[in-house]
Design a binder for this molecule. Structure first.
Ligand code: SAH
Length: 242
């Protein structure tokens, strides 16, 4: 084959490959969209999730982009999934329930402790919140910060650190959501809650955790327990559980 023929053969071959990759990308995007619709209808609406802001946000956020490539096919299933570093992304229903319990209005300020994959932060941002999120595992914090930027979630501000102490520079918060479980509810987080603010937090020993909803009313905290849950422990910078 002459040189010119070789070059045009390679170009045609590359074009075919590219078209196939594009078609595949489009097909799987549509596939994931379909799975997401089913997740919202069956796992959320089909249970007790009624907040339209939560339902709309979760039908938009591409959950499959927040889980490791090798388990992407399981992204929309009714369970938590491993995201590396011994951590997990919560089950879609738990993300929805916690978001609904926050009773958010657009533009409100929310602090999240435990950025993990960034999925919960993206859902809150999609709901119109200004999100401040803290992750204690530096590699996870960095990697997720980059992903959230890339996906255009520019109302999310993230940092690496110990969320037990909250983020006093940006306090008070209208909402605080904690996605790792301490044995007792951290005092600094109660202090950083705004008047009328809501906090959703799992707490307790690892085999007996409950999800709590706290409200600050006239400076006092009113606390109610919602359901039994199982979250990864909240740890300090040495990895010791709180
Ligand atoms: N919200 C996450 C769920 C992450 S799992 C998501 O949508 O994917 C809980 C996360 O809390 C883990 O990534 C864990 O590293 C983190 N974590 C544990 N203790 C912490 C602490 N003291 N401060 C901040 N993050 C903490």
């Amino acid at each position: 084959m002459c040189k010119a023929a070789k070059i045009s053969f390679s170009i045609v071959f590359l074009l075919i490959l590219n078209t196939q990759a594009f078609a595949l990308g489009k097909a799987s995007r549509r596939d994931f969209e379909q799975q997401r619709k089913q997740m919202v209808a069956g796992q959320l609406r089909g249970r007790d999730i009624v907040d339209t802001n939560v339902l709309t946000a979760m039908s938009k956020v591409p959950r499959h982009l927040f889980v490791p490539l090798e388990i992407r096919h399981s992204s929309y299933q009714d369970s938590p999934l491993p995201i590396g570093y011994g951590q997990t992304i919560s089950q879609p229903y738990i993300v929805a329930l916690m978001s609904q319990l926050l009773s958010l209005k657009s533009g409100e300020k929310v602090l999240e402790i435990g950025t993990g994959s960034g999925y919960q932060a993206a859902v809150l941002a999609e709901m119109g919140a200004a999100v401040f999120t803290i992750e204690i595992v530096p590699e996870l914090g960095l990697q997720t910060g980059i992903l959230l930027d890339k996906l255009g979630y520019d109302t999310v501000k993230s940092k690496t650190g110990d969320g037990y102490k909250g983020w006093s520079e940006h306090a008070p918060f209208d909402g605080i959501i904690v996605t790792c479980a301490p044995t007792a509810i951290p005092e600094p987080l109660k202090e950083q809650l705004a008047e009328g603010g809501r906090m959703v937090i799992p707490a307790g020993e690892s085999d007996r955790q409950k999800l709590y909803l706290l409200r600050k009313k006239n400076g006092d905290i009113v606390q109610q327990s919602v359901i039994d849950v199982r979250f990864v422990p909240m740890v300090n910078s040495k990895g010791k559980p709180y």
